[in-house]
Write a protein that binds this ligand. Structure first.
Ligand code: AMP
Ligand code: ZN
Length: 489
């Protein structure tokens, strides 16, 4: 498997630190508002990377943080007259809802910066002891960039150039810095801001130290993949490397992956979608017009390192493309039902068993061969730095093959092969091939079973509660001699 590594600017063969395992850290959002679809791009891209590793049999430890202490959160809290924590926990919940809607798997751990302050104090202390950091008069602690030989290695910047560049931009309040490129690890509190005690001053951590500490706590000192949007290369990831490698004395991440921007064209200006430019759509807004699967499919239709322009036309095209796949999956399910009926009606049990196990015709064997080639093509695309655009092209070819060769007359083995393959390849992309209504039906069945069990256990209150919940969903139950039947009210 090949991954483009920002550190070396080359595609490199993936070699895990520990065989069969992937340790992955993805920088998460700052939670002061609903996430926009630009923020959704790294979520969708790296969730797909994770899914592909899992498909290949790797055990993935996936950590993605929420930055819950930040100027923007504090500003919003002041505007609303509430604590910062009210704002951050509200938008963490909303973000998780959006992630659920986009079928992004929950991370193995979703750490929050404010719950990891102790670890940050420890790492800052170590950096000071090793001479990589210093406290200024006012209690601000800075990282001493000149002490870290490799500073600039990720963004391919030269420290001398950086120093002169920074000298141009004088920031007030940073007079205690030894050098312009030094960055904040800890800063003193301002009136009305959340703060923690520290040996240097009452204050709060800088943004970069959060990720170095959370990655170390949940994944260890060395990790396989560190990822985020390309705007994080400098300074955020450069600074994370400096902090982690200076403190731990080991290389931090083997592979650095960065997605390109989601852009939007406003009056002929193509610009990065961002909160500050005000040219964004939230995931929530998109969910009012489209199933979020369409958004997911749209994002994966481009390679993650290519800029992608958001437009209504492209969303419509994605909607149609996705529909083609879902319709093929519907047809496979219908064909399966018909084949099952046929097999059931087959009086010769031995023949039925035989036909269920073996592929009926040589023609079907041929098609299975073609399908396997398409599956290999899909894998080759994903192995080439996660080329989801080409992987989707292989899925479309498979859809075409299914549509032209599967019917109710096909053997059950053949139908199942094609159905499982299509579902599996879609699942790696996070696309659910079952229609929402079908999923709902399954959910109803599970609830009915739970009600039956409650009745058996004579827990009539619970049974009634479940009946009530179903009623809220518009489902009416009927207890008949053959069991419980349900219908939509
Ligand atoms: P933020 O909340 O601004 O820290 O962003 C969270 C994540 O979203 C980071 O990985 C950013 O790089 C990424 N991101 C923000 N805007 C965009 C965009 N327009 N396109 C792609 N990624 C973005
Ligand atoms: Zn980070």
């Amino acid at each position: 498997m090949k991954i483009f590594n920002t550190l070396t600017r080359r595609k490199e063969e993936f070699v895990p630190l520990e065989p069969g395992k992937v340790k992955m850290y993805v920088c998460g959002p700052t939670v002061y508002n609903f996430i926009h679809i630009g923020n959704a791009r790294p979520m969708l891209v790296f969730d797909t990377v994770r899914r592909y590793f899992e498909y290949k049999g790797y055990q993935v430890n996936y950590v993605s943080n929420f930055t819950d202490v930040d100027d923007k959160i504090i500003k919003k809290a002041i505007e609303e007259g509430v604590d910062s924590e009210v704002i951050s926990s509200r938008y963490i919940e909303e973000c998780k809802k959006d992630m659920g809607g986009m079928n992004v798997k929950p991370a193995t751990t979703h750490p929050q910066a404010t719950l990891e302050i102790d670890g940050m104090l420890k790492m800052i202390q170590i950096l000071i002891e090793k001479g990589h950091a210093y406290a200024a008069q006012d209690g601000t602690v800075y990282f001493r960039t000149s002490s870290f030989q490799d500073y600039g290695k990720l963004s391919h910047k030269n420290l001398d150039e950086l120093q002169s560049g920074f000298r141009e931009i004088k920031v007030t309040g940073e007079e205690g810095k030894e050098a312009p490129s030094d960055f904040v690890l800890w800063k003193p509190k301002k009136e009305g801001e959340p703060y923690w005690d520290s040996p240097w001053c009452q204050g709060r951590p800088g943004w970069h130290i959060e990720c170095s500490v959370m990655a170390k706590k949940y994944l260890g000192e060395q990790i396989d993949i560190h990822a985020g949007g390309e705007d994080l290369i400098f300074p955020h990831h450069e600074n994370e490397i400096a902090q982690s490698e200076a403190a731990n004395g080991k290389p931090f991440a083997t592979y650095w992956m960065h997605n390109a921007f989601l852009n939007i064209d406003t009056n002929g200006h193509v610009q990065k979608m961002s909160k500050s430019l005000g040219n964004f759509f939230t995931v929530r807004e998109i969910s009012e017009r489209y199933d979020l699967q369409v958004l997911r499919f749209f994002m994966l239709s481009a390679h993650y390192r290519s800029p992608l322009n958001f437009s209504a036309e492209l969303m419509e095209a994605s909607k149609n493309g996705l529909e083609r796949i879902l319709t093929a999956a519907d047809r496979l399910r219908d064909a399966r039902k018909a084949a099952l009926e046929r097999e059931k009606g087959n009086v010769d049990a031995a023949l039925a068993a035989k036909s269920a196990k073996t592929v009926r015709t040589a023609e079907e064997q041929n098609h299975i061969g073609t399908a396997k080639e398409l599956s290999a093509k899909y894998e080759a695309a994903m192995e080439d730095d996660f080329n989801t655009a080409d992987a989707i092209a292989a899925v479309f070819e498979l859809v075409k093959l299914c549509n032209s060769t599967v019917s109710g007359d096909s053997s059950l083995t053949y139908i199942d092969f094609m159905k499982e393959l299509l579902e599996r390849l879609c699942d790696v992309l996070g696309i659910v091939t079952e229609r929402k209504e079908d999923i709902l039906d399954d959910e109803i069945e599970v609830m009915i079973q739970a009600r039956q069990q409650a009745r058996k256990a004579k827990n009539f209150a619970l049974a009634d509660e479940i009946r009530g919940k179903l009623l809220d969903m518009g489902i009416v139950l009927e207890d008949t001699r053959e069991g419980v039947k349900w219908k939509k009210a």
